[in-house]
Design a protein around this ligand. Structure first.
Ligand code: FMN
Length: 352
């Protein structure tokens, strides 16, 4: 029976355990030009030393005008490579696998980044939004591929395409946002054309041993669609799926009675039964017992714990050594880390 500390092979690599540090933006850490700063480095050193098997560096912009905020890490220029190299090197030194989450915010691009937010189609609720032209889509496709090539040059083991949370790739994949009737919309296959073109391009440029992960919105817009998308992504060459939520709050599946995890984790376990590639599940898993149960029962290949590892960067080491964990205090209405990591009450208690 596998446990949280059973190794796993992906491509030519061995992952030392089943614990993933998911992408977690540290707002205001990066420089305005998307550069890695000392603050980013200190953060990822702490994360890497904490013991997770896979570390996914936070959402990193492939396109300057498609950033979520002006202070988001970037990979749209070769100038970003040296900083990223420092993160990838630290992760490798700690014996973990490094993935860089590559991202375009699409219709969620903020006004202080670009006056018009662009996506597959204009957003009816936002007069400052517009549909991308075919030429622009082709440019963005190339920007994702170039971002992956830069990540590889920086020493990353792979990338994770951000295809969840209502951002650009999620918008294209979902009929909720994508109203196009050209090559990029109209059927699930066409909705996925941008993603599959990116995947094929990365595979061609970065080779067979480069890990291509995909963060998938399970409800895109329904779980049935999410399952079909997962299969299409597997056929396109994705090596690792990370199941989170799609942007819209419609069509939320329900966890069955007796399954003590939320619908996002439940959706991940269902998607796992439809693909042969490894699946990461995430969201409110919280404790080692709950994380271990999913692995032991073969409901997931990896478990990602975000806020728990922000609250206690030594989470994985503590679990391995059977030591006490500093628990996330589950701040409401929103995780305080979003505003300013220094406000995280769990970290304040530890003085870190
Ligand atoms: C402060 C913060 C930053 C986040 N940044 C990202 C991100 O960069 N990319 C992403 O896909 N998800 C991001 N998320 C979502 C997390 O990766 C994760 O899915 C979410 O926190 C649920 O997992 P948890 O309950 O274990 O924290 C972020 C969440 C938080 C709280």
């Amino acid at each position: 029976m596998p446990t949280l500390f059973t190794k796993y092979h992906i491509k030519s690599r061995i992952v030392k355990n089943r614990i993933v540090y998911p992408p977690m933006v540290c707002f205001n850490y990066a420089g305005e030009d998307g550069m890695v700063t000392e603050r980013n480095l200190m953060h990822y050193k702490q994360v890497a030393d904490g013991g997770p098997g896979i570390i996914i560096t936070e959402a990193t912009a492939v396109w300057k005008d498609g950033r979520l905020t002006p202070f988001q890490l970037g990979i749209w220029s070769d100038d970003h490579i040296p900083g990223m190299k420092q993160i990838a090197t630290m992760v490798k030194k700690a014996g973990a696998i490094s993935l860089l989450q590559i991202h375009h915010a699409g219709l969620i691009t903020r006004e202080n980044v670009s006056p018009i937010a662009k996506g597959p189609s204009a957003d009816d609720r936002n007069p400052l939004s517009a549909a991308l032209s075919i030429d622009e889509i082709t440019e963005i496709c190339q920007a994702f591929i170039d971002g992956a090539v830069r990540a590889q040059k920086a020493g990353y083991d792979g990338v994770e395409l951000h295809g969840a949370h209502g951002y650009l790739l999620n918008e294209f994949a979902s009929s909720y946002y994508n109203k196009r009737d050209d090559a990029y919309g109209g059927s699930l296959e066409k909705n996925l054309k941008l993603a599959t073109d990116i995947i094929h391009g990365i595979r061609k440029q970065c080779g067979d041993d480069f890990i291509i992960g995909y963060r998938l919105g399970a409800n895109t817009p329904t779980l049935d669609d999410g399952i079909t998308i997962a299969k299409l992504l597997e056929s396109a060459g994705v090596d690792l799926l990370h199941v989170s939520h799609g942007g819209s709050l419609l069509n939320l599946p329900r966890s069955p009675v007796g399954f003590d995890y939320n619908w996002i984790v439940y959706s991940g376990t269902i998607i796992k039964t439809h693909v042969t590639i490894p699946v990461i599940v995430v969201n409110e898993i919280k404790t080692p017992e709950r994380a271990g149960w999913l692995i032991e029962n073969n409901l997931a290949d990896f478990v990602a714990l975000g806020k728990p590892q922000l609250a206690d960067p030594n989470w994985a080491n503590h679990v391995l050594k059977n030591e006490e964990i500093h628990v996330c205090l589950n701040c409401k209405p929103k995780c305080r880390w979003y505003e300013d990591s220094r406000l995280c009450p769990a970290r304040k208690l530890q003085n870190t």
